[in-house]
Design a binder for this molecule. Structure first.
Ligand code: SF4
Ligand code: SF4
Length: 175
């Protein structure tokens, strides 16, 4: 795979290193434990946190344009297993921020944000999920306090920001 670097310097990597906790990147020695601990990598072998960090180390800015990076669950399983305590989920968030600045935000991310605002959840719960939960003996999910969630998101300005993003990148924008 071609590596796309900034032409004259390591702009992308240097930008990451300048962010809070971005310098933890330099502790990565590419052992791969993060990938073996990652639940997303377990079901999709194109998702590979070790390779994502390798791209940042090499200042390969194409990572910021990859929609794949948005499927990170921020579950921190990788970070817990990392022998160097690299802030992997945080570094992936920085890649997303970098992409966002460059105008790259997947529709699915906008839909998830809209889902929180209108339904109180990132994903809609369907019958099959409820049946599975029931079989596993998990407690009733109940209904999320949608009004309270929406009012908090409005209060802190996130609802407006989402509308703005949707008007630029697409999405329902129907609040
Ligand atoms: S586990 Fe830590 S050191 Fe190993 S590849 Fe992942 S981030 Fe790098
Ligand atoms: S935080 Fe992201 S990269 Fe790390 S284990 Fe979870 S899904 Fe994988």
């Amino acid at each position: 795979m071609a590596i796309r670097r900034s032409t004259s310097d390591l702009t992308f990597r240097n930008w990451v290193l300048e962010q809070p906790e971005g310098e933890t990147l330099l502790r990565c020695y590419q052992c791969g434990r993060c990938t073996s601990a990652c639940p997303v990598a377990a079901i999709d072998n194109s998702f590979n946190p070790r390779l994502f960090l390798q791209k940042i180390l090499l200042a390969d800015e194409s990572l910021a344009e990859e929609q794949l990076v948005w499927t990170c669950l921020t579950c921190e399983q990788c970070e817990v297993r990392c022998p160097e305590h690299v802030k992997i989920p945080h570094l992936l968030i920085l890649a997303k921020v970098r992409g966002l600045v460059g105008g790259n935000i997947p529709q699915a991310a906008l839909d998830r944000a809209r889902g929180i605002l209108t339904g109180g959840r990132i994903i809609m719960v369907n019958e099959s999920m409820l049946k599975t939960r029931n079989k596993m003996g998990l407690p009733d999910l109940g209904q999320p306090p949608v009004d309270q969630i929406a009012s908090v998101l409005k209060e802190i300005g996130l609802a407006k920001k989402l509308e703005k993003l949707e008007s630029v990148y697409g999405g329902e924008g129907n609040e």
